[in-house]
Design a protein around this ligand. Structure first.
Ligand SMILES: C[S@@+](CC[C@H](N)C(=O)[O-])C[C@H]1O[C@@H](n2cnc3c(N)ncnc32)[C@H](O)[C@@H]1O
Length: 267
């Protein structure tokens, strides 16, 4: 059976293990998204990519998701204009993810969603605005994934002004049990997220079965330090994904809760 990593490589997405940064997120997504694979879910990805690779000039990951989720309605959103791209079963919106009002309009039109992936600008302020706008449109039991949390764009206001990363905000919340605070989220939305996120996972997918044992033990040590709240600056950079799992409905009519394991990658 074709794996999600095969599909990422086929469509030249850097979520696989052959193209660009080779993030290898697909190894984790494969198991995380398996329960959704043949269901008619509603899916949204922010950040589509253009001219990344001459062999696949548009929307590599969107094409990958379409093949993986055979029954899904796939939506994509990007600040760039993709109006010349027509992909059956996919709808593409042009929007700036820092524009909460526009995100709400789109979510009203095609939401709510079972899975949302933020692979847009990666700027923390944008990620926070986007979470605030879209969290209400994540279905009960749904998954909200924020990619590339180890990095902030060069010359960004985040770097200049030291805006907190999502990693810091959610580490405080899920590891230290502190309230979520953000200048980009209303208090009401912060409380809503606190009350409805049942699991918050920091992850750096580990796929290399043949990784040297010392690498594996180093990763285990990092995981332990992070969980005990004793992480070092360099440890935090290794966590590339934040996965938020929304509380399923009381009557369990949403999807079964997915158990998300903490995983780490070879360094
Ligand atoms: C890393 S690429 C997406 C890669 C793609 N998901 C994949 O796996 O192949 C990031 C995309 O985010 C888009 N982007 C950057 N800033 C954005 C913003 N403020 N709002 C929406 N999209 C943005 C860029 O145009 C670019 O296409």
């Amino acid at each position: 059976m074709t794996t999600l990593t095969d599909l990422a490589n086929k469509y030249n997405s850097d979520k696989g293990d052959r193209v660009g940064c080779c993030h290898r997120y697909t190894s984790l997504y494969e198991s995380l998204f398996a329960p959704y694979r043949d269901r008619p879910i509603s899916f949204l990805e922010i950040g589509l990519q253009r001219e990344f690779c001459q062999h696949q000039p548009d929307c590599p990951s969107l094409r990958m998701w379409l093949e993986f989720f055979s029954q899904a309605t796939i939506n994509g959103l990007d600040i760039s204009d993709f109006s010349d791209v027509e992909i059956p079963r996919a709808t593409i919106f042009q929007a700036d993810q820092s524009d909460a009002r526009r995100l709400t309009e789109i979510a009203e039109e095609v939401g709510p969603f079972d899975i949302i992936i933020d692979d847009g600008s990666h700027a923390s302020a944008h990620q926070q605005v986007t979470l605030g706008a879209l969290f209400p449109y994540l279905k009960p039991g749904g998954l909200y994934v924020i990619e590339d949390t180890h990095w902030q764009p060069e010359r960004s206001v985040e770097r200049r002004e030291g805006i907190e990363t999502m990693l810091t905000i959610f580490k405080r919340f899920s590891i230290y049990g502190e309230s979520i605070k953000s200048p980009y989220l209303s208090d009401e939305r912060c409380r809503e997220i606190e009350q409805n996120v049942v699991r918050c996972t920091f992850s750096h997918p580990f796929v290399d079965e043949n990784a040297r044992p010392q690498k594996r033990s180093m990763i285990r040590d990092i995981s332990r330090r992070v969980l005990k709240g004793k992480s070092r600056q360099s440890d935090q950079r290794l966590f590339k994904l934040i996965i938020l799992e929304k509380k399923a409905m009381e009557d369990r009519s949403g999807f079964e809760t997915t158990a998300v394991q903490m995983t780490c990658d070879a360094v």
